[in-house]
Design a protein around this ligand. Structure first.
Ligand code: AVJ
Length: 332
């Protein structure tokens, strides 16, 4: 068992992150099912079952983002690492299995520490332990937190220059105004000498996009349905998974993939003592995944106080990796 220095300690009145997560999920589930149209937040996909399903998605033949981004990082690791000063703390927002960061860590022998931040405390612990085995000289300081609401770096690390890593196009899950808010929050956490490496999925042919979110093996459908399965597991909700259908499509006008769970029939459900009616064909909107061009993302970043100082992409222009610096960046 690894120790989580501050986010995990349970001395005061604060609930453990896992408990807080569960009660946040309960609250947001009730609110989302009461809303019109019904919706849920995609961050709740990632309990340990969902995190493992997502890992399987990343290996699907149709799901190009992970392998494409990994290819860019493998090819350009040296150039990207060149933007990160020695002695820096590298903070990863939503670290998951920390697979991609290994490519950067290989080229960053003088890091002060690596701080993986993830909402799934269980996953975080396992992955941190594994990473310690591979990088014994590296100080690994996991923080179990919802990075969308902010978190504090451990006090011992506050003096070092900071670099952020936010791969996977997770930024695409935010509505553009929320993406700007997140980029501003990251600017505050990372400070005036920051480097921020952000992976961004690119606008492309809708057929490629729709295939990536409707895989033939049905893993994305299972991932989407897991949010209902999770409600059944965690608070005995009565969702019949067979009575909901996965649906994903590209809205070119808004440059986003939408994912929904569509009720196959009229049904009534009880969740936490409350009852919810579904019409046949009524959907729960579970995710948006925004796609950007190099320009639309640079503009979004600029509106949040960052300048895109370098951008890398694969030959087919499927995916991009931006290196951001604060507009006011100085080497001092
Ligand atoms: C982790 C948000 C980048 O939008 O592609 C994958 C999540 N959803 N398949 C994405 C996801 C369905 C993924 N992100």
């Amino acid at each position: 068992m690894s120790s989580l220095p501050h986010a995990r300690s349970n001395h005061g009145a604060l609930p453990r992150p896992a408990d807080r997560e569960a009660s946040d999920f309960a609250r947001d589930l009730l609110a989302g099912l009461s809303a019109r149209p019904k919706h849920l937040l995609p961050k709740y996909f990632y309990d340990s079952v969902g995190s493992n399903l997502f890992e399987r998605i990343t290996e699907l033949p149709e799901y190009y983002p992970t392998r494409t981004e990994t290819g860019i990082l493998a090819d350009k690791a040296k150039a990207i690492a060149g933007f990160i000063p020695s002695g820096a703390v590298l903070v990863e927002f939503g670290s998951g299995s920390s697979a991609k960061v290994r490519l950067l860590l290989d080229k960053l022998p003088r890091l002060r520490a690596y701080v993986p931040v993830d909402i799934s405390a269980e996953f975080l612990d396992e992955e941190a332990a594994r990473l310690r085995g591979e990088f014994p000289a590296l100080d690994i300081v996991p923080v179990a937190a919802d990075f969308t609401t902010g978190f504090d770096l451990p006090p011992s690390l506050r003096e070092a220059p900071r670099a952020g890593f936010f791969p996977g196009s997770t930024i695409g899950n935010f509505e553009p105004p929320a993406a700007r808010d997140f980029l501003r929050l990251a600017a505050r956490i990372l400070g005036s000498r920051a480097t921020f490496v952000v992976g961004v999925d690119l606008v492309k042919d809708g057929r490629i996009l729709e295939a990536a979110y409707n895989d033939a093996a049905g893993v994305t459908a299972e991932f989407n349905l897991n949010i209902l399965a999770r409600a059944n597991r965690e608070f005995g909700a009565s969702f019949d998974l067979g009575a909901f259908e996965h649906r994903a499509f590209y809205d070119a006008e808004r440059s986003r993939i939408e994912m929904h769970l569509v009720s196959r029939k009229a049904q009534n459900l009880r969740v936490l003592g409350r009852s919810f009616a579904f019409a046949a064909g009524e959907s729960i909107h579970t995710e948006n995944s925004y796609k950007y061009t190099l320009d639309t993302f640079s503009t979004l970043a600029r509106e949040a106080g960052w300048r895109s100082t370098a951008v890398f992409q694969d030959e087919a222009a499927l995916f991009s990796v931006h290196v951001l610096r604060p507009e006011t960046f100085s080497v001092q």
